[in-house]
Design a binder for this molecule. Structure first.
Ligand SMILES: *Cc1c(COP(=O)(O)O)cnc(C)c1O
Length: 354
């Protein structure tokens, strides 16, 4: 088989998605399945929909367009604020988009009028993490702008925590978002369809809280794909953490000194290897580099240690068996390694059917 490749176990993904949909459904929370780490993979979107997820979220319009072309039948949400230069495409491709800028909202309204479509807007609120969001004081003005546009409707509000500032989506933050939803509804005399509390970092709160207030949606990527919550990257009990493996092939296998020899300056990526005990060791080079994957996000099988990587080479040391040229080694990717592997033109995707 070709290498490097990423093997995707669709059965495990479906299991993860179904479990999360079930557990959150009991708590009155719907799931938007986030596909951005998979380059908007239509196969993964299909699996999510088969598991009971009804809406698909992606940060990239190109990914949503791809899933539409592949006839994925779902409601699509653009989860990154639209660029002003893409609003025309946004209203044609996405059913809803997440927004924070009045200028973009009015451009969406104009484009939706031209396209003769109705486009849903979720207003994102800044709640301390300092990535996207309207300041709470500006929320009602933005909501009025949406409602006042005949081709837009206010789908709801949302927030995003633990992404930039590492702020924990705890009971207090979620209660704040619930209160914002309620006061907005009272002020405007309407009911919001969606109050979207956050991402895979919200699962501790969602499973632990007795009162979920008005939060009725979470947008989940990593927890479905890798079976982990994202505050501490702990495995979620009952989910698969190994639905993806990155497989690479050995192109050199030799006993070499464990320390470089010669005068030392920078390495290709500015990081020098850690000092190692003197002696010799079995070192192998795999045809996998930073253009294919994030080597810092790979977990090797036991008995193998990753020493470093350049653009095209991953260097490992094997404590156990002598690994031969041509052998393949499978690694478990974290989110960063997954994202890079799935979006690299050099890495083949191999689907293992569910
Ligand atoms: C990526 C993203 C998500 C999904 O985050 P995960 O941690 O993968 O669950 C949710 N919401 C927004 C706005 C995102 O950009």
């Amino acid at each position: 088989m070709t290498a490097p490749r990423i093997e995707i176990d669709l059965g495990k993904l479906k299991y993860n998605a179904s479990a999360l949909v079930g557990w959150l459904g009991e708590r009155g929370i719907s799931v938007t399945g986030v596909t951005k780490a998979s380059l908007g993979s239509p196969d993964i979107a299909r699996v999510m929909l088969g598991a009971g997820i009804q809406s698909i979220g992606d940060s990239r319009l190109a990914n949503i367009a791809r899933m539409r072309r592949e006839r994925i039948d779902a409601s699509f949400a653009l989860t990154r604020s639209p660029m002003l230069s893409e609003v025309g495409e946004v209203v044609r491709c996405a059913d809803i988009s997440f927004n924070t800028e009045l200028e973009v909202i009015s451009a969406l309204a104009a484009s939706a009028r031209v396209a003769e479509r109705r486009h849903g807007v979720v207003l994102m609120v800044e709640m301390g993490d300092l990535r996207e969001g309207l300041m709470p004081a500006d929320l009602s003005r933005a909501a009025r702008a949406v409602i006042g546009s005949p081709n837009l409707y206010l789908q709801g509000i949302g927030c995003n925590l633990a992404c930039y500032g590492g702020v924990i989506p705890d009971a207090e933050k979620m209660a704040e978002l619930s209160e914002l939803a309620e006061s907005l509804e009272q002020e405007l005399g309407l009911k919001l369809n969606m109050v979207s509390g956050g991402n895979s970092a919200n699962l501790d709160w969602a499973f632990g809280a007795t009162d979920h207030g008005r939060i009725n949606n979470l947008r989940l990527g990593e927890s479905i794909l890798l079976g982990r919550e994202t505050l501490n990257r702990q495995a979620i009990e009952g989910l698969h953490t190994d639905a993806f493996s990155v497989v690479a092939e050995i192109i050199e296998s030799k006993i070499k000194p464990s320390q470089p020899s010669g005068r030392i300056a920078q390495s290709a990526f500015g990081v020098l290897p850690e000092a190692r005990a003197p002696g010799e060791a079995r070192r192998c080079i795999l045809a996998l580099g930073r253009q294919d994957c994030d080597p810092d996000g790979l977990t090797p099988p036991s008995g193998i240690e990753i020493l470093g990587a350049s653009s095209d080479h991953l260097i490992i040391e094997s404590q156990g068996e002598a690994l031969e040229v041509g052998c393949e080694i499978a690694f478990q990717p974290d989110y960063s390694a997954l994202l890079r592997a799935m979006t690299s033109a050099y890495v083949t995707r191999v689907l293992l059917p569910g």
